[in-house]
Design a protein around this ligand. Structure first.
Ligand code: ATP
Ligand code: MG
Length: 586
């Protein structure tokens, strides 16, 4: 735990000052958060209505909702009115095909507006939407579609022929294939040409009055610790999306907001599609893959004011050095946030130096449906801390007592499992096909997250590790994040992944895998220097005994270091589910 606090930025002249944390928390109720949305007659609630129609009905139909940047330089702009029409056409198309409310509509699309149209059109029609990440191969696509019993798939011809055609005969629930971007050979009989069918459908549709507890979204977890789980969310989640976007991302209707996460993951759907639209701002959607130059150019040219990204991208930007930022006009940028993995303190300090703004780390999971713990604009940032619970969320550090009852540890500085008082609107309602597993996540009124953390005397939460990743060495419990963060302080280190390796004497010893910044040689001198650096900073019992240099670390497609794979490979164990593995280092 480090205490070099970055004090909150004072507002610029004429700028709205964010509400102080304590009063925001004190004054907050979920009932009021719900009342800030429109709803539909008779207590109905539909995400599409809140994200789109509410803005149009408030006279904001002409505002820019989505600004899309094509891989090859093209661009498209959609206003809120455009989005209302397009999603209504999509809903009419589903109705015309006889797709009943409650059906599972999947997408397998790149980052393109059709994904937003399909998602919000399906929700408008009362269907359940599940986005798949477009880089999945046929088997991961098949597994996710069959677990969720997909009955409609929206995709492109290229993605269909490469990823769905090989498994089509094993998808008995799939009834309709809708193709964006042009037809051609290799498509199944009855495939619908969206480019023709959408313009032909009516742009008026009466949104299905879904109940707040009706199923709306399916999301698969990242698969960092094991097989990905299918997580179910309801329409009511939009209440949390909206409230947390205001509090944790400081979003307002005037912002140009860029969430870099792919909508195939929960972050890209909750905060790349739904939340910003409920706020009424403009969202930037980039089709291309990460490339540092391009990203800096987008931040500058698109006048991005709020930026939400992930530690893996931040570490890649850091690796490139400070010069790439210098000389850019990033004066519009006023808030930056990060999620997905622990954000090393070094990254927060770096961003504050280079951008003049710290990254605000926040924590949540596919299961929580929305941001739960965050560094708020109105709060000082403690680099390395995830921040404090968002208003309406009660987070605690818990342990089981001798009777097996889950109890909160109220004193500061004690580690335990991070838990949330069950019952917030975006709480997941089940794991697809795994009722028992779901039930096991709850005990004594708490949702148990599977992450270990501690709370300090100011109420800030500090991530220690996942329960699965903890290292037990000579009686010490070591979280890999702490060791990785210390390694990253060294100027040669770009990224680090730390695991426990079984050892007769110590139980486990700490082993680190390290990638280097350009210009540093992976040799014995550096290895010794890194071990010495860790020993000086952490003490010998927590420091890595072994360090291996790697060109890359294995990560999930959502960008997380896969420690379970580092460990399995180190120990020659089965590698387990690799459907979400992005980079195979071997
Ligand atoms: P799986 O559950 O399939 O193993 P996953 O847990 O990585 O995959 P997600 O739901 O995408 O799937 O990720 C949530 C997890 O990511 C959290 O439980 C936590 O371990 C980690 N995480 C997310 N944000 C942060 C953060 N700000 N700091 C530390 N860890 C984070
Ligand atoms: Mg998880």
């Amino acid at each position: 735990m480090r205490s070099n606090v970055i004090t909150k930025r004072s507002s610029r002249p004429g700028e709205r000052a964010p509400e102080p944390y304590d009063s925001a928390r004190r004054n907050f109720t979920w009932a009021e958060a719900r009342a800030a949305l429109a709803g539909l007659p008779g207590g109905a609630l539909n995400i599409a209505h809140e994200a789109i129609d509410r803005q149009v009905l408030a006279g904001q139909g002409g505002r820019l909702a989505i600004r899309w940047l094509g891989r090859g330089g093209g661009e498209r702009n959609l206003t809120y009115a455009d989005l209302r029409d397009a999603t209504s056409r999509f809903a009419n198309l589903l109705a015309g095909l006889g797709v009943p409310a409650g059906s599972r509509v999947y997408s397998l699309l790149g980052r393109q507006p059709e994904l937003h149209i399909a998602a919000l059109g399906a929700l408008r029609a009362g269907c359940v939407f599940c986005p798949l990440f477009s880089a999945f191969g046929p088997e991961p696509v098949h597994a996710r579609m069959s677990i969720g019993e997909a009955s409609v798939l929206v995709t492109t011809r290229a993605l269909f022929t490469r990823k769905v055609a090989p498994v089509l005969d094993r998808l008995p629930h799939l009834k309709h294939v809708l193709i964006a971007g042009g037809m051609g050979p290799g498509l199944p009989p009855g495939a619908v040409d969206l480019d023709v069918a959408l313009p032909a459908a009516s742009p008026r549709f009466e949104t299905v009055p879904t109940r707040p507890d009706d199923l709306a979204l399916l999301h698969f977890t990242s698969g960092t610790t094991g097989q990905p789980k299918g997580v179910m969310h309801v329409h009511q989640a939009v209440v949390a999306h909206h409230a947390t976007a205001r509090f944790a991302l400081d979003l307002t209707a005037d912002d140009r907001f860029w969430c870099t996460a792919d909508p195939g993951w929960v972050t890209g759907m909750s905060y790349g599609v739904i939340a910003p639209l409920t706020i009424g701002c403009t969202l930037i959607l980039d089709e291309a893959e990460f490339e540092a130059e391009r990203w800096y150019r987008i931040l500058e040219e698109e006048r991005v004011s709020v930026w939400y990204t992930a530690p893996t991208a931040i570490r890649m930007l850091m690796r490139l050095g400070d010069d790439a930022v210098r000389g850019r006009d990033l004066s519009h940028l006023r808030f930056m946030a990060s999620v997905g993995e622990p954000l090393n303190p070094e990254a927060v300090v770096w961003s504050n130096r280079v951008f003049g703004l710290p990254f605000h780390d926040n924590w949540w999971q596919t299961e929580t449906g929305g941001i739960m713990i965050a560094n708020f604009a109105a709060m000082d940032v403690k680099p390395g801390s995830m921040g404090r619970p968002v208003p309406g969320i009660e987070a605690g550090i818990v342990r089981r007592n001798e009777q097996g009852i889950v109890e909160e540890v109220t004193s500061a500085g004690i580690s335990g499992e991070l838990a949330l008082r069950a019952g917030w609107p975006s709480m997941f309602r089940g794991y697809l096909g795994q009722t028992e597993r779901y039930a096991k996540c709850f005990a004594d009124g708490w949702y148990l997250t599977g992450d270990l953390a501690m709370r300090d005397e100011d109420g800030y939460f500090w991530f220690i590790g996942r329960t699965d990743d903890l290292i037990k060495s000579s009686g010490h419990l070591i979280g890999p994040f702490e060791v990785e963060s210390v390694l990253m302080e060294h100027p040669a280190v770009a990224e680090a992944g730390v695991i426990g390796r079984p050892d007769e004497a110590a139980g486990e010893i700490v082993k680190a895998f390290v990638t280097l910044k350009p210009g540093h040689a992976a040799d014995e001198t550096l290895r010794r220097e890194l071990i010495g650096h860790c020993r000086a900073r952490l003490g010998p019992s927590i420091s890595p005994r072994e360090i291996d240099f790697r060109e890359m670390l294995p990560r999930t497609r959502s960008g997380k270091i896969m420690r379970r794979l580092l460990r399995a490979r180190e120990l020659g164990l089965p590698e387990g589910d690799l459907s979400t593995l992005e980079v195979d280092e071997r």
